[in-house]
Write a protein that binds this ligand. Structure first.
Ligand SMILES: Nc1ncnc2c1ncn2[C@@H]1O[C@H](COP(=O)(O)OP(=O)(O)OP(=O)(O)O)[C@@H](O)[C@H]1O
Length: 239
């Protein structure tokens, strides 16, 4: 569904993506792991058009979407849930959802989608009129994921969804992602919480110094001693 071919990019004179190449299949969850600064978030920004790609290509279902701006990527069915909190805290849960649909020309459809999405996230329906800031961290992440669903994406890029959440809320967030995968949505996720994330993923990708070093079934990566070394901070070459 998504393919990166020899993607190079970075910030100013700094090159972070050094020929990143990988493919992910439709209807799967793939977790990207790797040491701090490996370029995991940068890959997402490059795919979603937030970072100019210097060379290389991003293909979506075979179509070249390299450096398309975010609004165009949304139109192609790709959505991005960045790291951290990305809500309007003083606005209501419903209002935050409405903002997610603002780029759609069809507001009647968005109103319908908000109702559908709320059915999938009962806590959001219950708290629709409450300010987003009154939700727990996990509920806020659910709201961000729900907002990402408004435009019916086929691919969700989600960066560190478990950060700052309790173990119970991490489980709930991961269960939500599995449910979406089972509905046919493709998920590409970055996670620091590598073991738990690989345990619920179909595939894993190890990124190091802006290059994909390993790609395999998630259970195989989990069992690979070199990945164990990586979790402990060693570089793959040393491992
Ligand atoms: N906006 C920016 N401007 C300049 N440098 C940046 C910017 N964003 C990230 N970087 C640098 O790019 C490198 C890769 O950052 P990135 O956030 O992609 O890494 P990561 O693998 O997601 O790391 P982490 O696990 O720590 O989140 C880092 O050295 C970082 O300091």
């Amino acid at each position: 569904m998504l393919e990166l071919k020899q993607v190079y990019g970075g910030y100013g004179k700094m090159t972070i993506l050094n020929g990143t190449s990988f493919k992910i299949d439709k209807g799967t969850i793939t977790t990207v792991i790797g040491p701090n600064g490996a370029g995991k978030s940068t890959v997402f920004k490059a795919i979603f058009g937030l970072l100019k790609i210097r060379s290389g290509n991003v293909l979506l279902n075979g179509e070249d979407v390299t450096s398309l701006p975010p609004a165009k990527m949304l139109g192609k069915g790709v959505t991005y849930v960045p790291q951290g909190r990305n809500l309007f805290p003083m606005l209501s849960v419903r209002h935050n959802l409405e903002i997610g649909g603002i780029s759609s020309g069809d507001q009647a459809r968005i109103a319908r989608r908000i109702d559908e999405v709320m059915e999938q996230f009962p806590i959001l329906k219950e708290k629709a009129k409450e300010q987003a800031i009154t939700l727990s961290g996990g509920q806020q992440k659910q709201l961000e994921i729900a907002r990402a669903l408004l435009l019916d994406p086929s691919l969700i890029l989600i960066d560190e969804p478990s950060i700052g959440l309790s173990p119970q809320m991490i489980n709930e967030t991961f269960r939500t992602l599995i449910r979406l995968r089972d509905q046919g949505v493709t998920i590409l996720m970055v996670e620091q919480n590598a073991k738990a994330a690989l345990a619920m993923s179909d595939f894993g990708l190890v990124l190091e110094q802006g290059r994909s070093r390993m790609y395999d079934r998630a259970d195989k990566l989990l069992a690979d001693p070199r990945v164990g070394q990586l979790f402990l901070g060693a570089h793959l070459e040393e491992a």
